[in-house]
Design a protein around this ligand. Structure first.
Ligand code: STR
Length: 432
């Protein structure tokens, strides 16, 4: 069995590195074993990037391919021979990967726009995507502004005399509140959802507990969909339940799947965007000053953060329905492919020799691919940009003396393999 203990030791790496892996590995190529407890993400990203366009990786004992280059990823993201259907995965079909694998919930997430392709994908996605176009989102701007200002008030109180955690008081509740308004999630559920998602993503959670968490999330969202079916409200969940004119209405399972995907993606990734932007600015004071002086725009901060410190380190997973040549390697039919967005954002071929540097003065627009590409391109891209474009200037104009309360090295990533999210983010609001 390829399942992995909660804590990851070098001995495990050694052992799993010699496990025979699926066909398609280039002779002699050792997989890069991704470390869920990674302390130096930049170093791991560099190793991946330098290993080539298509690199064999190991995800908690399970082999897959990582795509690390912008151009090749862009091509593959419109290649119909790569699909999201887990039943195309040989390791799943043979039972070598099961629910005991800690990352299974990232792939086997129920039927939704996240897990199907082609015409069915369009059927599942269109309504959601249309509800969050840049134009439609302008209606949400005042809502996002008022949530932001309310949270900044909370932050001012909690950080009046001492350090305060910018994540738990601001960067997390902001996107969670916004996505909840959009989808119609009861705010009374927020504390429980925070606990459940933290456990869902953390690699320290024992797998039986994670499966219970997934079950509880399914229960919460199924109940919510049933309530809206009985009594529709003015939210996107109700809109998804109501049949499209002439179209095939979504099933309960499909609405629940879309709702889960929206809530998870709608908060988890935006926390990363906000915190990573604040961290980048506080550690690059010249660039912060040029933004505060109006010499550079917040858009440049947001786009450069998305490229340089992307919220999604790796996106799991697509499966080859045929052999596919990639770079100088071949993905064999039935193998899994991961888009390694952090490495892709640091691709020197795309972004130049200084790709590892944070520079908001890059030529605009910065052509990063953090939101993906092709039919599955992030439908929430405009929403996350809008949230960050409200949150960041509001935060720095309210607290111009904002400072890290601990050395930057002490701000650690969550023990999460796929997401680039911080455990906490202690700041002082007023400087010294
Ligand atoms: C989390 C668990 C769940 O209930 C539903 C989903 C589907 C959407 C996924 C989400 C997952 C994990 C985070 C993802 C998101 C889509 C975008 C987001 C992968 C598996 C990113 O990090 C890009």
């Amino acid at each position: 069995m390829m399942s992995v203990p909660a804590s990851h030791s070098p001995a495990d790496d050694e052992q799993s590195a010699v496990t025979p892996v699926v066909a398609g590995a280039r002779a002699g190529q050792c997989p890069i074993v991704l470390d869920p407890m990674v302390r130096n993400l930049t170093e791991e990203t560099r190793r991946l990037r330098d290993a080539g366009t298509l690199t064999r990786i190991e995800l908690l004992g399970v082999p897959a391919w990582s795509v690390t280059r912008h151009a090749e990823a862009r091509r593959l993201l419109t290649d119909q021979r790569l699909v999201k259907d887990i039943n195309q995965w040989t390791l799943w079909r043979t039972g070598e990967v099961t629910d005991a694998w800690p990352l299974i919930g990232m792939i086997d997430a129920g039927r939704s726009m996240f897990t199907v392709d082609g015409a069915e994908h369009r059927r599942l996605r269109t309504k959601t995507a249309q509800a969050i176009t840049p134009r439609r989102l302008e209606e949400m701007r005042p809502v996002i502004e008022s949530i932001t200002h309310r949270l900044l008030d909370d932050l001012a109180v909690q950080g009046a005399y001492d350090a305060v955690d910018l994540k738990s008081v601001f960067a997390l509740p902001l996107p969670m509140s916004v996505i909840s308004v959009l989808m119609g999630v009861d705010p009374a559920l927020h504390p429980r959802l925070h606990t459940l998602y933290k456990a869902f993503f953390s690699m320290l959670t024992p797998q039986d507990e994670r499966l219970a968490v997934i079950g509880e999330l399914d229960g919460i969202f199924t109940e919510m969909v049933r309530a809206r079916t009985a009594e529709p409200a003015d939210d996107l969940t109700s809109a998804l339940i109501l049949a499209d004119q002439g179209g095939e209405p979504l099933t309960e399972e499909e609405v629940v799947g879309n709702l889960k995907a929206m809530v998870a993606a709608g908060h988890e990734t935006t926390i990363g965007l906000i915190l990573n932007a604040v961290r980048a600015l506080l550690t690059h004071p010249d660039q912060l000053n040029s933004v505060l002086d109006g010499k550079a725009g917040w858009d440049a901060v947001i786009e450069e953060t998305l490229r340089w410190d992307t919220p999604t380190t790796h996106l799991l997973m697509r499966f080859a329905t045929e052999d596919i040549a990639v770079g100088d390697g071949v993905v064999r039919k039935g193998e899994g492919v991961v888009m390694s967005y952090r490495a892709i954002g640091r691709d020197t071929g795309q972004h130049g020799p200084d790709a590892d540097e944070f520079r908001i003065d890059r030529p605009s627009p910065i052509r990063h691919m953090t939101f993906g590409h092709g039919p599955h391109i992030c439908p929430g891209a405009a929403l996350s940009r809008l949230e960050a474009s409200i949150a960041l200037p509001a935060l720095f104009s309210r607290f111009p003396g904002l400072q890290l309360a601990v050395p930057v090295e002490e701000i650690l990533n969550q023990p999460v393999l796929t997401q680039n999210e911080l455990q906490s983010f202690p700041v002082r609001l007023h400087g010294n």
